[in-house]
Design a protein around this ligand. Structure first.
Ligand SMILES: NC(=O)c1ccc[n+]([C@@H]2O[C@H](COP(=O)([O-])OP(=O)(O)OC[C@H]3O[C@@H](n4cnc5c(N)ncnc54)[C@H](O)[C@@H]3O)[C@@H](O)[C@H]2O)c1
Ligand SMILES: O=C(O)[C@H](O)COP(=O)(O)O
Length: 613
């Protein structure tokens, strides 16, 4: 009998696109089939449904990668800083293809593992559908992710990462540049002088010192603008429903209500993201509440302003001047009245465009994309729970345990029973607030869903997939006494209201119940129904139920030996001597049908089941 070797603990599969084949004998009907956003594969389009053979299999994907030397392929659709590109090239095949049409992008995206964009590429649902499941990560080289359909990405299990910090200062400096340029008519005076005029009285400006500026959105950029405005001698107020008051107070800024901010400010600088609730937040109604002659700077997103309303406010003098770096439509129409308005200063979305910021953003996004392709969870993940590297490292063996318990539990379900509810019970001496179980929940879901369906589940889409399939994952904690140093003592997976193909796995309550622990870094199965066992969760598993009596282990062991099957672990659990017992046998290979038949025919074996881990 060979000793079990510890399973490595890769976190790769948290995000990996690998899609294991369904377990033999498992039936999709075991899960309730809800309506889906995508038809029956990881990602499908209508073309897929009509022509399933065009769907790339895991093999095709592997072949595609092999053709590229086993390296992933990254498509970069907008100009990226050289250092970031270099970093990407050291790890992947990089295809830089700029100014693609939507159709060209859709055509290319199924050939790549990652896509890197800035703000000009619209990564729509159609793009995710066209990717046919290969695209694993979208890297947004910048902050705003309003050009990426996050819901579609999540449904596809595609991670979206951004580069949220490297262009903060550049954007803040650009806002200040526009503020000063607007107040002193720099752009207009420059154009006038270059056209041969000398118009000193026409371009008298307004001073900044002593004026009130309202920062709308007190996040990274907003607070940097606030600091700089204070340096210019301005009174700074801010509105942000989610910003911590003490952070504002620390730099001498009062957080006020939206109406107070816009009705008292001489200058209003916009720094909130474009979301459904900020879309056209600045409109006829809100312009009407502003101080007459207010000046507006927008380095956030064009969509937060109703541009028609702004034009009206400029024409009727409510707004004296505006300085705009961003537009609803980019580039704006050539004949845009707003762009050509004499009281409007414009730049073509240059907020992040400094050499330093672009190098920084490119490095930040390259690192995030490479990490994600390696299967690590990125700290800048936008559509997946952010889990620190330390937590991930600590939980990594439990991640494997959680998935294996899910896989085991689902294979114990008799075909035809629909699984509706899964209870995951964690026993731990650690304070529940110090135990982040989101990855474990996701991995139980993965273990349950993947063997019996064509769904692909990872950290990004686990909750979505569970919801789509009408699967309720209930988590429960049992607080143990003892040292909180070990994060988890045991994980138990319970499936209620289902029939089992192995009655020995049913608890006294009638649930399928399996429990496991991590021992020496390796996941072990420690409980099946009411039976305590101890078997390393590797390779494959045979569970036999019998009446406890001498000789059975030898008989089953010799059948496996005759069939040349290597047993890596064996454990017997019994309720009491001479009563019901189960035998858990870990084997490396998949047994021939003949071996399983012989085990079933062994006298005293009441039932048995073969499970793939
Ligand atoms: N023009 C450019 O090149 C450029 C460069 C960088 C960032 N940006 C834009 O600026 C935005 C802000 O960037 P950031 O790095 O400061 O992001 P951030 O997430 O750090 O800050 C955004 C802030 O807006 C706040 N907010 C959300 N909804 C709000 C609302 N309804 N009213 C007021 N505040 C609200 C949030 O609480 C947050 O504090 C980005 O989303 C991006 O669209 C543009
Ligand atoms: O959201 C951002 O980071 C900025 O708008 C920058 O966009 P860009 O990368 O297209 O310059």
């Amino acid at each position: 009998m060979a000793l079990a070797t510890p399973t490595p603990t890769p976190l790769r599969h948290l995000l990996a696109a690998h899609h294991p084949e369904p377990a033999a004998g498992a039936t999709p009907s075991q899960l309730a089939q809800p309506p889906r956003a995508f038809p029956p594969h990881r990602l499908r389009s209508t073309t897929f449904a009509a022509a399933p053979s065009s769907r790339p299999s895991a093999v095709t994907r592997a072949a595609a990668r092999a053709a590229g030397g086993g390296r992933p392929t990254v498509l970069v659709t907008e100009k990226l800083g050289a250092a970031g590109l270099e970093l990407l090239r050291a790890f992947a095949n990089v295809d830089c293809a700029y100014e693609l049409t939507a159709e060209e992008l859709r055509a290319k995206v199924s050939l790549v593992d990652a896509l890197v964009v800035r703000s000009a590429t619209r990564v729509t649902r159609e793009v995710f559908e066209a990717a046919r499941g290969r695209l694993r990560v979208v890297g947004r080289a910048g902050v705003g992710i309003d050009n990426v359909d996050l819901q579609a990405a999540t449904e596809a299990g595609c991670l979206v990462v951004n580069a949220p910090t490297a262009n903060t200062v550049a954007a803040a400096e650009h806002a200040v540049a526009l503020l000063a340029a607007m107040a002193r008519n720099v752009a207009q005076a420059d154009a006038s002088l270059k056209s041969g005029k000398w118009q000193r009285s026409k371009y008298v400006g307004v001073s900044l010192v002593g004026k009130t500026i309202a920062i709308m959105g007190f996040g990274k950029v907003g607070s940097e603008v606030a600091r700089r405005a204070k340096g210019l001698g301005m009174d700074v107020i801010a509105h942000d429903p989610y910003a911590p008051v003490d952070r504002a107070r620390a730099i001498g800024v009062d957080l006020v209500s939206f109406d107070d901010a816009i009705s008292t400010a001489d200058f209003i600088s916009l720094h909130m993201p474009l979301t459904p609730s900020t879309t056209k937040l600045f409109n006829d109604e809100t312009f009407a509440k502003m101080t007459k002659g207010v000046r507006i700077i927008n380095v956030a997103r064009g969509g937060v302003v109703d541009e028609e309303a702004l034009l009206r406010a400029l024409d009727n003098g409510t707004v004296a001047q505006a300085a705009l770096d961003v537009f609803f439509e980019e580039p704006p129409p050539k004949d845009s009245k707003l762009v050509h308005h004499e009281n409007v200063t414009v730049t073509p979305h240059l907020g992040a465009s400094t050499t330093e910021a672009q190098e920084g953003v490119a490095l930040e996004i390259a690192e995030a994309v490479i990490g994600a392709l390696r299967g690590e969870l990125a700290a800048t993940a936008v559509n997946a729970p952010m889990v620190s590297a330390e937590v991930l490292a600590e939980l990594s063996p439990y991640v494997i345990l959680a998935e294996k318990l899910g896989r085991l539990a689902v294979q114990l379900v008799a075909g035809g029973s629909g699984i509706k509810a899964v209870k995951v019970v964690y026993s731990s001496a650690r304070d529940p607030d110090d135990l982040d179980t989101r990855i474990l929940r996701a991995m139980v879901t993965k273990g349950i869903v993947e063997p019996i369906s064509s769904a692909f589940v990872n950290m990004v889409n686990a909750d979505y997939v569970a919801k789509q399939r009408g699967l309720r994952i209930i988590e429960e904690r049992i607080l143990l006494d003892g040292s909180p140093e070990v994060p988890i003592n045991s994980i138990q997976v319970q499936l209620a209201n289902v029939e089992s193909k192995f009655a020995g796995a049913l608890s006294d309550d009638g649930d399928i119940r399996v429990e496991g622990k991590v021992k020496d870094g390796t996941p072990h199965l420690t409980l099946v129904g009411p039976f305590s066992v101890d078997v390393s969760l590797e390779g494959n598993l045979i569970l036999c139920r019998q009446v406890d009596q001498p000789g059975i282990i030898g008989k089953v062991g010799s059948i496996l030996g005759t069939m040349n099957l290597n047993v890596n672990f064996m454990s017997v659990g019994r309720i009491a001597p001479g009563k019901q017992a189960i035998m858990a046998i870990g084997i490396d290979e998949e047994p021939e049908k003949e071996a399983l038949k012989l085990i079933g025919e062994t006298p005293s074996v009441q039932e048995f089941v073969f499970l793939k881990l």
